[in-house]
Design a binder for this molecule. Structure first.
Ligand code: GLA
Length: 406
């Protein structure tokens, strides 16, 4: 048997290099033991209903050799499910979500989706670029949130699948090498939600045998614009239907955070976390200080703030940003990113009115978002790292969610 392994790897590699739009992986699947618990990760697809406009939606299933399964839709790039074995080997679904595409389109939670063209808030839905003022859709009081009324979370993306074995010397040449990826692309026309420039966005969502779920973002434009893309997953490492996340321990590699005004727009100050409930520099139970009498916690209804990542230099290198751990499942999540900021959102707007997967009721703080990003309202804050993208430049960003048992 051993002698055929390199041949199999080569076949898989060839599939990866020549990947046809949407379907190559399924066709190659016969030679890569889909569903078996060995070999490189795999990707398959199935129909998943239709959008309100009547377009067919698909759900892609990425599986790896450790029994980890991730489901992602071409609708909004939504990660609907992340099933991973806990320390006792029981499969736990660690992200909140809904059962149907309709529920995602109708909801306002952004569960598991790609958010853009600009993740987070832009004050009064307005910014100036090269002397022109642009007016964006306002969908959060007077402010613009997560790309507007119909952001990247609610559009249908073009999908392309890739799976490969180890690539000698390549980025996946690590123990348990290989990857399965869903490559999503979307053209956001000039003027969509008020943004200038037609934006070509591409997001590569990859599962590895290292239990890493990777998001690689790229975008180009034909006119100056602003871009800030992220993944808006709600994590609950005890299981999506297990209640509050307040017992999770969290570590953030951030010595400063962005205080906000009543509309959750940064004031511009980057405040040191020392002596505040925002100090997660050493692992701390989320619930320990969330109820403290702190002006910023009052405004956010809990944590809903941008943290300034200490190690960011703008060199495009992935660095550890956060660690989250649930003591009951023993599952831990590490977040690595090339981004300068991370929004910690403690699910303060969840109120039990959302019926989730399998009828789960998602109450107050039942999920937690770790949104890697450029800082909110950067288009109006020239002192923040820039989110401007110009023709000829490529926006590039990467975030890795790595799950371990502890
Ligand atoms: C973001 C925001 C929150 C909230 C959620 C969606 O994370 O920071 O204030 O709007 O999205 O409910």
């Amino acid at each position: 048997m051993r002698s055929i392994v390199p041949l199999l790897s080569l076949m898989i590699l060839l599939t990866a290099c020549g990947g046809d739009p949407d379907g190559a992986a399924e066709r190659s699947a016969g030679s890569t033991a889909v569903g078996s618990n060995s070999g490189p990760p795999t990707i398959t697809s199935e129909p998943w209903g239709v959008t309100p406009e009547g377009d067919s939606v698909k759900l892609y299933t990425l599986s790896n050799a450790n029994g980890m399964t991730v489901r992602v839709s071409d609708l909004g790039g939504i990660v609907t499910e992340v099933l991973v074995p806990d320390r006792d080997g029981n499969l736990v679904d660690v992200v909140l979500g809904y059962d149907s595409p309709d529920a995602y389109v109708e909801g306002s939670t952004y569960f598991g989706s790609i958010v853009g063209r600009y993740a987070n808030r832009i004050a009064r839905g307005r910014f100036e670029l090269d002397g022109t003022t642009y007016e964006l859709a306002t969908n959060n009081g007077e402010n613009h949130l997560h790309g507007g009324v119909r952001g990247f979370d609610r559009v249908l993306w073009d999908a392309f699948t890739v799976q490969s074995g180890p690539i000698p010397g390549g980025p996946y040449d690590v123990p348990g090498a290989g990857r399965a990826s869903l490559i999503l692309s979307y053209v956001s026309e000039a003027g969509e939600e008020g943004y200038p420039g037609s934006l070509n966005a591409e997001v590569t969502i990859t599962l590895t045998n290292g239990n890493e779920l990777k998001f690689g973002y790229e975008a180009t434009t034909d006119a100056p614009t602003v871009v800030n893309l992220t993944h808006h997953g709600y994590w609950n490492l005890a299981g999506h239907a297990s209640g509050s996340v307040l017992d999770h321990g969290l570590e953030l590699r951030a010595s400063r955070y962005s205080p906000v005004d009543a509309g959750l727009i940064p004031t511009g100050e980057l405040r040191h976390v020392e002596g505040t409930p925002f100090d997660f520099r050493t692992p701390t139970r989320i619930g320990d200080r969330i109820g403290e009498d702190d002006e910023q916690l009052r405004i956010g209804g809990g944590y809903d703030h941008n943290f300034v990542l200490d190690d960011w230099t703008g060199d495009g290198a992935l660095r550890l940003a956060a660690r989250l751990r649930d003591p009951t499942s023993g599952l831990a999540l590490e977040v690595l990113t090339t981004e300068p900021g991370l929004q910690l959102y403690s699910g303060n707007f969840l109120d039990g009115s959302d019926v989730g997967k399998g009828g789960a009721v998602y109450g107050y703080r039942n999920g937690l978002c770790l949104e890697t990003q450029h800082f909110p309202d950067s288009p109006n804050r020239l002192e923040f790292p820039s989110t401007v993208l110009r023709p000829g430049e490529t926006y590039e960003s990467e975030t890795v969610y790595r799950i371990r048992t502890t």
